[in-house]
Design a protein around this ligand. Sequence first.
Ligand code: AHR
Length: 518
Amino acid sequence: MRPRPSRRQFLRNTAGISLASLLPKGLIAADAKTERVTIHPGDAIGLVRPELHGHFAEHLGSCVYGGLWVGKNSPIPNVDGYRKAAVDYLQELGVPVLRWPGGCFADDYHWRDGIGAKRPRRVNLHWGDYVEDNSFGIHEFVGLCKKIGAEPYIAGNVGSGTPTELRDWVEYCNFPSGSTLSDERAANGSPEPFNIRYWGVGNENWGCGGRMVPEHYADLYRQFSNYMHNWGGTKLFLIACGPNGNDLNWSRKFLTENIGGRTPDGFAMHFYENSPLTPAKFNEDAMNTQMKTFQRVETAIMQQRALLDGFEQQGKRNMNLFLDEWGVWDRMIPEEEKSYGKLWQQITMRGAVAAGLGLNLFNRQADKLYMCNIAQIVNVLHSMLLTDGPMGSHCVRTTTYYAFMMFKQHRLKTSVRTEKEGTDPLDLSVSASRSGGDLIVTLVNPRASADVHADCSFTGAAPSTASAQILHHADMNAYNSFDDPDKITVKPHAVALENGRLRLDVPAMSIVTVALKA
Ligand code: AHR
């Protein structure tokens, strides 16, 4: 236990003993209930891998074309064809990994269409039959990853592709030089191999990726993976298609059938949090239903991990669990989709809170997860950035962008166990991580109108300083618009630290991250 802070220290940390006097008037109701939380800094769960904050970009709507990529001749400010604002914002956010080109699109994508000077125009059959010119291919994708500091993750085509096509893509990307394919890559501007590690062997093959039964997919996984080699010293990390939500039948059958094949390094589950309402017209009921889904996501992670563990040999974990696609999926507004692109979804304060629930639970399950990619990075579903259509020059950082910003402090720290009184999925959500004397605690209040006083104690540690940030708007339907792009951003938040206890207000619809020295 650390000694109690001196009075001077205490005043410095809290700017006064009365918590109420610190808080902006009207931020929290006088009758807010108190929720007690216990943080166990010595009880490690696992590393918060930066990849738990991963991202996903699909050729869908205006995610790639018009979102990330506007082309070199565009009047929209760009760097080498990439939308400048998007590159700047994503650099600042830090994108650990970027999955591409789909989604459903991946299992109808033929990579040779996206290389060289002459590129065919193809119909995007999953997402509205629009014709794309293939100006964004593997070179442009790797170029984007370099610009934003992301590790590339390719989803290969199993649904409508062949083992030859996928093995050739690996060779094109990773074989150093001297083969026809690697020389073609050099002629196309990249003499150095891309050294891409992460390869998805199909996407949602139980659905848009071929409507397969698990036994059939297991056969194809064995066949395709057999031809994917570790060229140029890059050890491939192969990701098999996992279940839709918590479909244990898919996982069990795939794992049973795959015996004798190349063990996947990753097993990718997809889990969306759907709603029948449009994004900015939510009511409390719909929000509660959507927020409660996160408890099912957490259960799914535990059950799928337990299933994988049962298939591992000698208790050694080789198969890593991915949550390859997640996020809120609301009802789209046809006019918005027409103007801005397919699956273009406004991101409100509720979206940020949902992201906070997801990121908190990833911390809590950090020992079971390897990578989680929110869907998607720009202009599609639960996005970080929104533009006013493919030709629009506005680019706003969504509330979810700021939620991710607030969780950055957890990266590469060790997640530690937390406890709280309530078990209702709408109670305060908590996670914490530690590195040396630095402790980060994040609290999310997913209720529409019930404010909370959080009273946090720490086992075996007495924090001596604390500072906090909040992302909050009382209206669940509020958002950062093109006219008011900074309406909801991260602000400093008051906390009180007394005798090693942390007290703070967590208003309804807010995320609070506290950095402590312990
Ligand atoms: O993210 C949108 C779509 O959702 C993806 O293309 C697919 O994998 C999933 O069903």
